[in-house]
Design a protein around this ligand. Structure first.
Ligand SMILES: CC(C)(COP(=O)(O)OP(=O)(O)OC[C@H]1O[C@@H](n2cnc3c(N)ncnc32)[C@H](O)[C@@H]1OP(=O)(O)O)[C@@H](O)C(=O)NCCC(=O)NCCS
Length: 166
């Protein structure tokens, strides 16, 4: 099969609508707007993968942890909001985005990356383990966000926390 031509670049303000994936992730509009503001403040890095001008994947990196119990003072960065559109999975794009996230962490002097994966998400966990991540904890995965209608939503998604030394 012909390799896909994939372009990985930092997300820009005007990419925000595309990150809603035609409405599927509209509920996260405010989260993504905040992530973009934090990227401008140097607290995060947001990357997208493009194929033929279409955004087909994304990954966010958080430099400042809002969960001090996870920060062991060895300068840990957090990988989040990682997804590839279904028709573009299994082409290696996710692997490239993880490498991009790890590179930006290394460049900034971080020594460890942490990523959370839902306990039933075997495919993502397999990918992370193949890339050198190991499970070190289970987490109830309870968090909340304000959706695009201004309503507070609660999420409960038990997950595994994986880490990798960079
Ligand atoms: C998890 C996710 C981001 C992975 O993205 P992806 O682009 O499919 O990842 P890759 O293509 O790099 O790797 C996936 C598999 O394809 C294989 N692969 C990589 N390059 C390939 C290629 N050129 N040809 C065929 N297979 C390939 C990998 O070896 C990997 O195999 P594995 O499942 O045995 O580990 C994607 O499946 C996704 O968006 N899932 C839904 C959202 C999600 O679960 N996000 C993670 C939340 S923690």
């Amino acid at each position: 099969m012909k390799a896909l031509e994939v372009f990985i670049r930092p997300a820009q303000e005007d990419d925000l609508p595309a990150l809603e994936w035609g409405g599927e992730y509209r509920r996260y509009r405010r989260l993504y707007q905040r992530a973009m503001r934090e990227a401008h403040q140097g607290r995060r890095a947001l990357f997208v993968a493009e194929v033929g001008g279409e955004i087909v994947g994304q990954i966010f990196v958080q430099f400042v942890c809002n969960r001090p119990e996870l920060n062991d003072k060895s300068s840990t960065g957090y990988i989040q909001s990682f997804r590839i559109k279904p028709p573009f999975r299994n082409f290696g794009i996710g692997t490239r985005l993880i490498h991009q996230a790890e590179d930006v962490l290394r460049e900034r002097g971080f020594h460890q990356a942490i990523i959370a994966v839902a306990q039933q998400n075997r495919a993502a966990r397999r990918l992370y383990e193949r890339l050198g991540y190991t499970v070190f904890a289970e987490d109830p995965g309870q968090w909340s966000y304000v959706d695009d209608h201004g309503q507070l939503k609660y999420v409960s998604e038990p997950n595994y926390l994986l880490r990798k030394q960079l």
